[in-house]
Design a protein around this ligand. Structure first.
Ligand code: M6R
Length: 614
């Protein structure tokens, strides 16, 4: 939610900042802006709409050739997405420019306080007050880092702030509370970004910042303190992917590229998980065997697609470990007084590692003495930092707003966690775990086989351009797949799409069925006879009422043929692993239908990639 960039170094700041914003645009695209410091003055350009609008403006009216700059791409919270509300904001004297990600909750009180002193505000944002306050501080004679400390002490809420002072041209100062910020360490230049994509083109060395910290960058130095000016040691890390991972690589959309990367992402997420003796070993799993054996309940918390990964995990963990699992939306968790104690393991799933709802839920769980394990794709992000243990997925950067490879790799991490708990608790024999690992290790090839059918799925999608509504049905582990398929279609094609547990249909939703309504059905493998038979009955029922059925069923499943208007074949895999292959055609379907409708697949309306406000 909002992308932030800062730069000091020998390069032209405008170019470095705009390149960084381009890579962060997935975080918000309501407006974009840049400010540079040149010869004791600020130069600011900002435009509503996508970054392209700002780039056009800068092509006609470039900013001066400065070497210090900040930039912002916005997901609007306070005030509509117009030019006035675009960041950077400046103080009244235009000495300080500042960008912000998050929400300053007490901005009204603070604003009222200085409005009384004749301070005019030009925007409706909660951000502008911070620019005024920092400017008042530097005008009083303190330097920018101290000004930032003093202002942060007054702010409530979540914020990353990045500021420059026209009279202090060679440094950028940033503050972080509950919103993401990382530092890129260059040679004679340094960078700030909401995530490493902002500077990956220039450096793969980075610093992770903690809560309530202030960082000051100059060309040759990076200083980190807390909000009270006390020095802090920041953790350095190396980014294990490069620029090519953040490029479209010949695809029309990042999302399509990321769908096709899934065999590789799943394989990478499985690498190095077994010892030479064949035992599962999860490196970053900092929970002692004792703690795992003592667990009597697991609660999974997550949002959106990650929540659906958690729903699949419940089937696997309960089946393999006989440990009860609850799956809860992170945004609901702490508001219902959940029963959590030191024998509960809370598993927080998040691709970005920055989702505010999930982060708050983790804090609540920890306050109740639960142990927290994060499943996360983003090194240096807040959720793994605040958790007791972590399993990193190895999807590489996911830039399309709609999660795809993030989901598949989360599933892999959940399976690994389930098997690890089974190994430690002894609820499965070693050879059973081995067999499942072998099946998992075969999944990249199976996913690749599904991707070979992309053209026929695209054709089907294009044939549905006039459709207003689509239903998705599944059972067992196929139910979360149905929900995820519907979410993909909602967020990309802006269509009414709903996922149902097939058995639930006759309790109400079947009333929605009308002539020609497309219903995508995730058919369980035949190995689970009862499940398979019941699913076929459900499909018959909707078809009898005029639905057009598009069935995803395993190779060799002949029983489905009479009830499928269209058939997409899936490889034969065990029911618990089927989500890894079944979701792929649904991703392709949503991507292609949205493309055919003329939508921006990577940047769907009203959304942002990581939701850093509650
Ligand atoms: O980064 P997270 O996994 O915590 O994000 C959770 C959701 O915001 C995310 O999955 C969202 O639903 C995606 N747009 C789904 O495609």
């Amino acid at each position: 939610m909002c992308g932030i960039v800062g730069y000091v170094g020998p390069q032209r700041a405008q170019d470095v900042v705009i390149d960084g914003l381009r890579r962060l645009e997935y975080r918000g695209y309501d407006s974009a802006g840049v400010a540079v410091v040149h010869q004791g003055e600020l130069a600011v350009a900002k435009r509503s709409g996508k970054l392209a609008n700002l780039e056009k403006e800068l092509a006609d009216h470039p900013l001066p050739p400065a070497h210090t700059g900040i930039g912002h791409t916005r997901w609007a919270t306070h005030g509509p997405p117009n030019d006035a509300n675009a960041h950077p904001h400046t103080g009244g004297a235009r000495r300080v420019a500042l960008v912000h990600n998050g929400i300053i909750e007490n901005f009204r009180e603070l604003r009222a306080r200085i409005e009384a002193d004749d301070h005019a505000f030009l925007s409706e944002t909660d951000t502008e007050i911070a620019a005024h306050l920092v400017e008042l501080q530097v005008q009083s004679g303190v330097d920018l880092p101290v000004a930032m400390q003093r202002v942060c002490q007054q702010l409530d809420g979540a914020f990353t702030l990045v500021a420059v002072d026209a009279e202090d041209p060679d440094r950028v100062v940033a503050a972080r509370r509950n919103s993401p910020l990382v530092v890129g360490l260059g040679d004679g230049e340094n960078f700030l970004g909401s995530d490493v994509a902002a500077f990956i083109e220039h450096t793969r060395e980075a610093l992770e910042l903690g809560q309530d910290q202030i960082v000051t960058i100059t060309r040759d130095d990076v200083t980190v303190t807390d909000f009270w000016g006390r020095p802090v040691e920041a953790k350095r890390f190396h980014v294990d992917w490069d620029l090519s991972a953040a490029e479209k690589d010949g695809h029309d959309w990042f999302m399509r590229k990321e769908i096709f990367e899934q065999p590789r992402a799943v394989a990478d997420s499985l690498i190095g998980r077994r010892t030479t003796a064949g035992l599962l070993a999860l490196d970053e799993m900092r929970l002692a065997d004792e703690e795992i054996r003592d667990l009597d309940k697991i609660i999974i918390i997550a949002c959106g697609t990650s929540f659906y990964a958690g729903m699949v995990a419940k089937y696997a963990i309960e089946h393999w470990t006989r440990t009860p699992v609850e799956v809860e939306l992170a945004s609901e968790f702490r508001y219902r007084d959940p029963i959590v104690d030191q024998t509960t393991l809370v598993v927080a799933i998040s691709q970005s590692g920055e989702t505010a709802d999930t982060l708050q839920a983790i804090r609540h769980a920890k306050s109740q003495r639960a142990r927290v394990l994060a499943i996360c794709n983003t090194n240096g992000s807040s959720i793994p930092r605040e958790s007791d243990a972590v399993i990193y997925t190895h999807a590489g950067p996911e830039i399309g707003v709609a999660s795809t490879k993030g989901f598949l790799t989360q599933l892999v991490a959940c399976y690994l966690l389930a098997l690890y708990v089974a190994q430690v608790k002894g609820t499965r024999y070693g050879d059973e775990i081995d067999e499942i690992m072998v099946q998992l290790e075969a999944m990249p090839d199976h996913i690749a086989t599904v991707l070979e059918q992309a053209e026929s799925v695209y054709e089907l999608a294009r044939a549905h351009v006039g459709t207003r509504s689509v239903l998705f049905l599944g059972r067992h582990a196929g139910y979360p797949v149905a929900l995820e398929g519907a979410l993909k279609l909602k967020e990309l094609a802006y269509l009414h799409a709903e996922g149902f547990a097939a058995g639930e249909l006759k309790h109400g939703p079947i009333a929605l069925i009308e002539d020609g309504l497309p219903v995508l059905c995730v058919v369980p493998p035949r190995g689970r006879d009862q499940l398979h038979g019941k699913m076929i009955s459900g499909i018959q029922e909707v078809r009898a009422r005029g639905a057009l059925t598009i069935c995803l069923a395993e190779e060799g499943d002949r029983k489905i043929e009479p009830y499928a208007d269209h058939l997409i074949r899936l490889p034969q895999v065990p029911v618990l692993l089927q989500p890894l292959v079944a979701i792929v055609p649904l991703q392709l379907f949503a991507c292609e239908l949205a493309t055919a409708l003329g939508h921006d697949v990577d940047q769907p309306r009203n959304l942002a990639k990581s939701v850093t406000v509650e």
